[in-house]
Design a protein around this ligand. Structure first.
Ligand code: FEO
Length: 392
């Protein structure tokens, strides 16, 4: 599928994998995007696809170049959803030279034992001239692995961005945003960011600054649509999420064994609603999938977290969310907390302990109760909801 000039899309869709990285559910599948530049003087492949799709992938490559060999495999990212076909590509094209930075080559050797002396080691700002197409390589470490880099085609003003600006969701016939309704992909970009890149706000900011001088007319990431008209929106999504920009809204996250914590969560939501909060999302953490919860937390400015004390500690699904938040850039959020116990108070204490790492602004007094929830407890919860809905 031709994208622009001699740049072709040769990616594949995965509608079978249940969880990306074994963690994040894929209700609409995922695409593994790979690109082929068919220049007169040299053919370059940019990233590969998951090994399970190699047959289909090779057919797509041969549809473009026939029996012509590939000269370069540019590796923007080594995670196996993109490097998985590397060894098989090397078997089919034995003279292909890998192009990557020092960390890439260490991983090529570590994962596949496949590094060679004639591979092309590149540093930040290095270039590769394919004849018509002039490529520039920019190192963008920790987007989201240490070796991650991007490739910019100066000739066509195309940025091959690796995972950056990518999203969950397989591609349904069309590849480029100008040819499709992209509405379903935007929440999936936010979910992808929150799940995969959420820890790396500072490196994302550094990369955005480095890439800012480039004129970009097309973004070709490794997942989801190719962005043309909506490239500025993709960049803005990364800018907002990486610097912790949020919209007004309350996300109430709770775990509950027998419904007491749930009643408190509902009372917080009701109190916020009475105070005029219009966007309120309530997640039962035993039911909601973590990536959807994280995406909502990244988007909205205020969070309430609560759960019961369990086995002398915190209820596991609540602790799981707090652990995930400690590893992500969410410190500009406002936080309310609530928790119950039967004989030994732990939940609230532990949520507050996690907040020493999360560093969110604590709003109001935590709502805490022993055993069943009383009318007074529910009233305190409504009051906390009102406070959470009231911003300076
Ligand atoms: Fe799409 Fe980080 O791999």
């Amino acid at each position: 599928m031709k994208l622009k000039g001699h740049i072709h899309y040769v990616g594949v869709n995965d509608r079978v994998k249940h969880r990306f990285e074994g963690l994040w559910i894929l209700p609409q599948g995922v695409s593994y995007n790979s690109y082929l530049i068919d220049d007169e003087q040299g053919v370059a492949l940019i990233d590969t696809v998951d090994a399970a799709f190699f047959g289909e992938y090779l057919d797509k490559i041969k549809e473009v170049i026939g029996e012509r060999p590939i000269d370069y495999l540019i590796i923007n990212h080594m995670e196996p959803d993109h490097s998985g076909s590397l060894q098989m590509i090397r078997q089919v094209y034995p003279h292909i030279r890998l192009v990557g930075n020092k960390k890439t080559m260490e991983m090529v050797q570590g994962y596949y034992g496949a590094a060679r002396k004639d591979d092309m080691l590149v540093a930040d700002g290095d270039t590769l001239d394919l004849g018509h197409h002039k490529l520039h390589f920019y190192l963008t470490p920790m987007l989201h692995w240490p070796e991650t880099m991007v490739t910019y085609c100066e000739t066509e003003q195309v940025l091959f961005s690796g995972d950056a600006f990518g999203c969950f969701g397989a591609l349904n016939g069309n590849v480029v945003d100008t040819q499709m309704n992209t509405a379903a992909y935007w929440p999936e970009m936010e979910r992808y960011y929150a799940a995969i890149l959420g820890k790396f706000g500072a490196p994302v900011q550094t990369a955005l600054k480095k890439l800012a001088p480039l004129t970009i007319s097309m973004i070709c990431s490794t997942h989801g649509p190719v962005w043309v008209n909506e490239a500025p929106r993709a960049i803005d999504t990364y800018r907002r999420f990486s610097q912790g920009d949020t919209e007004p809204g309350l996300v109430v996250c709770y775990g509950s064994m027998y419904g007491h914590t749930q009643r408190v969560a509902e009372a917080i939501a009701r109190g916020a609603a009475e105070a005029g909060e219009r966007t309120i999302i309530v997640h039962n953490l035993s039911v909601s999938q973590p990536s959807f919860v994280l995406a909502d937390i990244f988007r909205y400015d205020t969070l309430a977290i609560g759960g019961p004390t369990y086995n002398g500690g915190l209820f596991p699904v609540v602790e799981d969310l707090l652990r995930r938040l400690c590893g992500r850039s969410v410190s500009r959020h406002r936080l309310g907390c609530f928790g119950g116990f039967t004989w030994s108070s732990q939940a609230v204490k532990q949520i507050l302990g996690y907040n020493e790492k999360m560093k969110m602004e604590l709003v109001g007094e935590p709502v805490e109760w022993k055993q069943g929830v009383s009318a007074d407890t529910l009233q305190c919860a409504r009051s906390l909801g009102k406070l959470l809905a009231t911003r300076a």
